[in-house]
Design a protein around this ligand. Sequence first.
Ligand code: ASP
Length: 329
Amino acid sequence: MNSNAVIAIHGGAGTILRTSMSASAEAEYHAALNAVLSAGQRVLADGGSALDAVSEAVRLLEDCALFNAGHGAVYTAAGTHELDAAIMDGRTLDAGAICCVKRVRNPILAARRVLERSDHVLFTGEGAEAFAAAQGLEFVDNSYFDTDARYRQWQLAREQQRPMLDHDAATLASTSPNNGDPMPHEPIDPNRKFGTVGAVALDRHGHLAAATSTGGVTNKQVGRVGDTPLIGAGCYADDATCAVSTTGSGEMFMRMVAAYDVAAQMAYRQISLEEAALDVVMNRLPKIDGRGGLVAVDVHGNVTLPFNTEGMYRGFARLGEAPVTAIYR
Ligand code: ASP
């Protein structure tokens, strides 16, 4: 039995400024992250697989309105929600993903079914929903994903398409009607529009897994898909190296094949998890203006949570230890 079992999660990266968040909002985020980590920890403590731990953690993050995945997902340019998710088992390299789904309550559960019960890796749109329906997964109306906070964020994002509006989070907070109650449910800078949830874990049997789920970016064009559901870009796991879940400007993470690059650098350059992850996040991604971060774990239980933005909702929990959560740099 591996005594280094651990789970790490993220709830999105971006311009998360202390000044634009109230103490109560901050406490809410820490509490949510703690609850999810504790649930993941329980799965691992009971001898559950890393795959079970990351599925459960991401499912809970999807159900939490604070984060941009599942309920609380951002709006597309058409005022709808389109969700993407992926999951990978480091033990077998099996993977499953779905993208552009509108009515599957928990996209990560659909991705998991793709991993377990399909010969394919990625399903999109109607086909993904038909697959999820055939698997008996729960369906909801697209409005189930609505939240007032995301709606406001969408309105701000639409305004910003006018060239004169180029606010940062603090400016937005101070000019928004929400002033005085500094965007209590605004987990990300609407200007930067990042947010996604993810989890990586090492289980007591020594296996790794990763899972990522998102509503994408605010005001995205209908049909746009980012890095999240793409194995190797937003999600990757291989027992030989590491498990990685990313968040940030998806187009850049796709171009850098960011999650896989961490694993590949470990394999080919024989460097540590920490070094590989830092190179991707602090060196390679910034070269193409890639903003965001990732959480990663290796088979020894090393954990790293680097990001190149002002903040990233994140945390990790080892067996028998209290979860550690953080928001800012
Ligand atoms: N990477 C996600 C996407 O591009 C968004 C995010 O992580 O904030 O869809």
